[in-house]
Design a protein around this ligand. Structure first.
Ligand code: GLN
Length: 233
């Protein structure tokens, strides 16, 4: 059986190149001999069942549209209940929460898959490079994360949701100095890059979860390591 990797709404949430996350997952699975099936859902298409979903970042309007589509489709929620893995980046992170702001005075209901809330504050937009030390217990042992952020919202985590990492450079979630969130098989982050190209070991953890493997065979990551050194991690 192939590993089904699905990018959700690249036409709405493709502004920051996060579509690259699915390519990284595909290539790293293939290098290890796993068969993959790549799926991509455009706005208005039916969401297929997959093992691993990727949601990316985008502007407020498309973010609201993607939320409405995912709410009426319901496949993502069911697949997650059945054990699928989700990587949600920036707008994707915000929209799986309880609510998020779309513009100055508009708070929009999210999908409620994660107990988080995103609001706009008087702080300026968070734009720039980020480094962060991984703190989520299910991801212990990962090296520091590297990526870039570009968001207006600031995100508070509910008590059942753990931060992904602790910011050492940049803003991340805001409020507390944390970055991203982890709950079960959902990993959410503000990091673009694409985040899995900058952090291949995070890609491998997501793959291991989706493939139900304890560990995956190591790969030669010298090029990634060079990039990471350039970015100061
Ligand atoms: N529209 C959201 C915000 O500005 C998300 C931005 C993004 O996905 N990079 O906070």
């Amino acid at each position: 059986m192939s590993l089904r990797i699905c990018t959700l709404y690249p036409d709405l949430l493709g502004t920051y190149g996060d579509g690259g996350n699915a390519l990284v997952l595909e290539q790293r699975a293939k290098w290890r001999g796993f068969a993959t099936e790549m799926l991509s859902v455009k706005a208005g298409d039916v969401v297929p069942i997959a093992d691993l979903y990727c949601l990316g970042g985008g502007e407020d309007g498309p973010q609201v549209r993607a939320t409405e589509l995912l709410r009426s489709d319901q496949t993502l929620r069911r697949a997650l209940d059945d054990g699928a893995v989700l990587l949600a980046v920036c707008a994707g992170f915000q929209l799986i929460g309880n609510s998020f702001s779309a513009g100055k005075d508009r708070q929009v209901e999210g999908l409620g898959l994660l107990d988080i809330e995103t609001i706009r504050t008087s702080e300026p937009r968070a734009v720039g490079e980020v480094t962060a030390d991984v703190t989520a217990p299910t991801l212990v042992g990962l090296p520091p994360l590297s990526g870039f952020e570009n968001h207006g919202g600031r995100t508070r985590l509910g008590s059942a949701v753990l931060p992904l990492a602790r910011v050492t450079t940049g803003t991340g979630n805001g409020f507390t100095g944390d970055e991203g969130a982890v709950s079960g098989r959902i990993v959410a982050t503000y990091l673009h890059g694409p985040v899995l190209a900058r952090n291949p070991q995070l890609a491998d953890r997501l793959l291991a979860w989706a493939l139900d493997q304890r560990e995956l065979a190591p790969l030669d990551d010298e090029l990634h390591d060079q990039l990471r050194r350039e970015r100061g991690v």
